[in-house]
Design a protein around this ligand. Structure first.
Ligand code: UDP
Length: 259
């Protein structure tokens, strides 16, 4: 028996029909993938933590005037969001060289970039999300020039805000990925921030030890993924001291009972 209609299942999340037109329910799974889903696994409790971390960041971004799809968190793994038409572009913001930038251009991981870089990737799993230029976006009509201006402006503001937010808790924001969507109001489309912001799509390094507190622990087989995500949530003040394990235990207990 199905409780509600599934709209889409992605690698880390499932989207269900929402309670009202124009809304969806975003469910966070524990599944983790890397290298265009060639590597698969699960990180126990990840969905619960990402739901909470993303809620926190989207809410704060809302207070500085960044429009987002987030409406409210419903429970440990689900949030109510506005339905958007996803723009098929992954926006990557980089402050420090790492990952594919280091590989592609031979720049040592950890090198502070003299200025922030914004990159665009075409969202297409079959093609392995290729790096693209503005020219491709304009040529193939994936977004208008006006939309791209709004996207770049928002990406810079999100980066400035998040750099400060993470610096305050001893974390260096190395890079991260954003996704945007369109909502239609009468005949006008507006671009808002969509998807999620969590350690799945950010590189977060401890400022003193350089320890990785993000999905690179999974990508690079470093272990301790769940603990790293928990540490990010704890430093953000989302898990009161001592309660981190309790929250996850409760979630696993519920999962076993099939609720
Ligand atoms: N990223 C992501 N999804 C993707 C590709 C990248 O969330 O499909 C994030 C990634 O977690 C990192 C940033 O974007 O924080 C830059 O990733 P990079 O291009 O270095 O690729 P990766 O090494 O993640 O394959």
């Amino acid at each position: 028996m199905s409780r509600r209609r599934q709209i889409y299942e992605g690698k880390a999340k499932i989207l269900y029909e929402g309670p009202e037109p124009g809304t969806l329910i975003q469910y966070f799974k524990d599944d983790a993938t890397a290298f265009n889903a060639q590597k698969k696994g699960t990180i126990s409790g990840k969905g619960v933590l990402n739901n909470r971390i993303s809620e926190h960041i989207f809410t704060l971004l809302g207070t500085i005037g960044i429009p987002t799809h987030f409406i409210r968190r419903l429970n440990m793994r689900e949030q109510l969001i506005r339905q958007v038409e996803i723009i098929p572009i992954e926006v990557v913001v980089r402050n420090v060289a790492a990952g594919t930038l280091s590989k592609r251009l031979g720049i040592e991981e950890g090198t502070q970039l003299p200025r922030t870089i914004i990159e665009y990737y075409y969202k297409d799993d079959a093609l392995g999300d290729p790096l693209i230029a503005d020219e491709h976006i304009a040529c193939f009509g994936w977004a208008s020039q006006e939309e791209m201006n709004d996207i770049a402006d928002m990406a810079v503001r999100v980066n400035d805000f998040m750099c400060g937010m993470f610096a305050a808790i001893g974390i260096r924001l190395v890079d991260f990925k954003l996704e945007f969507g369109r909502i239609w109001e009468n005949d006008y489309a507006r671009v808002i921030l969509a998807d999620e912001i969590s350690p799945d799509g950010c590189r977060l390094w401890d400022m003193t030890t350089n320890e990785k507190l993000d999905k690179d622990r999974f990508r690079r087989d470093l272990g301790g993924e769940a603990e790293a995500y928990q540490e990010v949530a704890r430093r953000l003040g989302l898990l009161p001291e001592g309660e981190a394990n309790m929250v996850l235990d409760l979630d696993q207990h519920r999962a076993k009972r099939g609720k």
